[in-house]
Design a protein around this ligand. Sequence first.
Ligand code: GUN
Length: 291
Amino acid sequence: MSQAEVIDGKAFAAGLRERVGVAAAAFAAKAGRKAGLAVVLVGDDPASQVYVRSKGKQTVEAGMASFEHKLPAATTQADLIALVEQLNADPAVDGILVQLPLPKHLDEQAVVERISPNKDVDGLTPTSTGRLALGLPGLVPCTPLGCLMLLKDKLGSLSGKDAVVIGRSILVGKPMAQLLLAESCTVTIAHSRTQNLPDVVRRADIVVAAVGRPEMVKGDWIKPGATVIDVGINRLPALEGENRGRLVGDVDYEDVLPVAGAITPVPGGVGPMTIAVLLRNTLVAAHRNAG
Ligand code: GUN
């Protein structure tokens, strides 16, 4: 039986980081300073701590300046906003990322809205999301942009293709749909209330799964030859004799592999793209801010 081609996001991300590194060195030589990324982490969520450490390390490796701000879980809305304003005004900072989710007592939307659109490397401010919806150039959320890069690398033109995005989050689902629409796909956004989800997904030439439900998408949901992008990162409960449960996506990988034309694995697919695109967005912002 034929098997899907496995899309190597890890290798693609390494190539992107290398290109960003070359461009970051050229920026530093011309501007007389490094491009800078500030990451703000509130509280001690272990997964967020891992991401933030990884972002800082890769930022420095790409020849950019990394500014990490770790605030206690009890930080007030006013103190967090004061930090965002301070970073907005800091000429050494080109990009600002406030790690989500924030502790429950903080208003995420209100904090994100205070980030200067010129430094919004996460693409989450109303200005960035509005520009994306209008088809204007701007900073685009990292994970969906990474998915689009993998899709275009694999398929070339996406024009006219049927795309189904499963999930409607502001971090992934909605911007992903906008990006695919801008590539002239016919786009469907499916979500938890969608009826007959398997039938909807079966129409798709391109499936992007971003729901956070382990191994939900099955092989018989997939049109033969379709390209499947799995954004999910879910840890299964540990089995007997295991220290930690397996990491799986939103797609039942083994079940879909014989049906799809191409598929991203978990780990090693979309995951490594997010930080690579964040570095790219920071450099784009640096050029704009310096120019
Ligand atoms: N938490 C998980 N992914 C992301 C992301 O891309 N950006 C931010 N700010 N927080 C996240």
